[in-house]
Ligand binder design. Structure first.
Ligand code: GTQ
Length: 351
């Protein structure tokens, strides 16, 4: 069977149309009219490439801060909506992203939900997120995991605003219709664990002798920036630079060797100064957040120049090519763990 057979739609004659209209009244439809749309020769993502400049978003976030409290909003977040999916609260087909602000003295009340969340901290001079009884102090560049159905609240006892990037698997969870949420009985959950507990207990390479991973989510709740950056740059000294990705690493659940989250894969990559990457495409639509450096990325037919704290999105199977004018570090997140669990993930270099 040739590809064109899968791409081409039959002609609609008046007689056929009249038949289709009658089918519609019986909640039925002809497959041959939609086959090419639903059984695609290659991925047809709804999302488009896009970039959000931190310098443009920050004043809007601060304006939100003057209009509504974290308490009233529950979560004071500006959603990063894919321009091709306005009103859908989606940055990709499976992921939601937003910029969250907690002002000095504020608390975002404790709740839990079945969607999983990650935080990538953009601005903080203290302040915390509490997950499952542990307060995690937020520092710029920290990657923090809020597993499904764990209570979490955010608080800012510092003198400066805290701003972070939220990525949640909301569209996936809602597509599966498995979304549940509830408040904690108290506004702030009791802190039952010492600061730094999850990292101290599970981040050193030593586990309790009888430890069994209970689920797919990492017992380490925070991957602190200084350690991640050092691991990346130390590795880069003895690792060849990949033509497409520079030096790219993935965050790991130390209990399983898999991704830290069951649904969202997270990565950190270094592009050396003057890096000019080869084009590639992968099936997992990816949200990038620039931690350090400057450069530009060609995504499909669009070129986006980026600098620190900018966020951009690459849709599924869309060619992308990164360039860096100075040494740059990119954090990124995608639904790769889901695709790999289903044995469906593909990536290829294009030149
Ligand atoms: O911090 O719990 O961006 O529940 C969206 C939904 C953040 C959160 C979001 C949420 C949260």
């Amino acid at each position: 069977m040739s590809n064109s057979a899968l791409d081409v739609k039959p002609e609609i004659t008046p007689k056929r149309q009249e038949f289709y209209d009658r089918l519609g009244k019986k909640a039925a439809a002809p497959l041959w009219e939609v086959l090419a749309d639903i059984v695609t020769v290659k991925p047809k993502p709804v999302g488009v490439p896009a970039l959000w400049r931190f310098d443009e978003m920050r004043p809007l976030l601060m304006e939100a801060g003057s209009l509504i409290t974290a308490h009233e909003a529950e979560r004071r977040v500006l959603i990063l909506e894919n321009p091709a999916m306005p009103g859908k609260s989606q940055i990709t087909g499976t992921l939601y992203a937003g910029l969250q602000l907690v002002l000095p003295g504020e608390v975002a009340p404790s709740h839990r939900h079945t969607p999983s969340a990650l935080r990538f901290v953009l601005e903080s001079e203290g302040g915390y997120t509490a997950v499952d009884g542990e307060r995690i102090v937020m520092r710029p560049g920290d990657f923090i995991v809020t597993p499904a159905w764990t209570y979490h609240d955010h608080g800012n006892d510092s003198n400066a605003p805290i701003i972070w990037l939220d990525v949640l698997d909301l569209p996936l969870i809602n597509q599966l219709a498995v979304g549940f949420a509830e408040h904690h009985p108290q506004e702030t959950q009791p802190v039952t664990l010492p600061e730094g507990d999850s990292l101290a207990r599970f981040g050193s390479g030593l586990f309790p002798v009888d430890y069994k991973p209970a689920h797919g989510t990492t017992p380490v709740r925070c991957f602190p920036w200084d350690r991640s950056r050092k691991a990346l740059l130390d590795t880069a000294r003895s690792t060849p630079v990949n033509r497409c990705h520079g030096v790219k690493m993935r965050y790991e659940n130390p209990a399983t060797g898999g991704f830290p989250m069951a649904t969202i894969g997270t990565f950190l990559q270094m592009l050396p100064a003057n890096f000019s990457g080869a084009p590639y495409r992968s099936t997992d639509a990816t949200v990038f957040c620039v931690k350090e450096g400057r450069g530009k990325s060609k995504i499909g037919n669009d070129v986006f120049s980026w600098g620190p704290r900018d966020i951009f999105v690459v849709p599924s199977w869309t060619p992308v090519q990164h360039e860096a004018s100075e040494q740059s570090i990119l954090f990124s997140a995608s639904d790769r763990p889901v695709q790999q669990a289903l044995r469906l993930w593909r990536e290829e270099e294009m030149s």
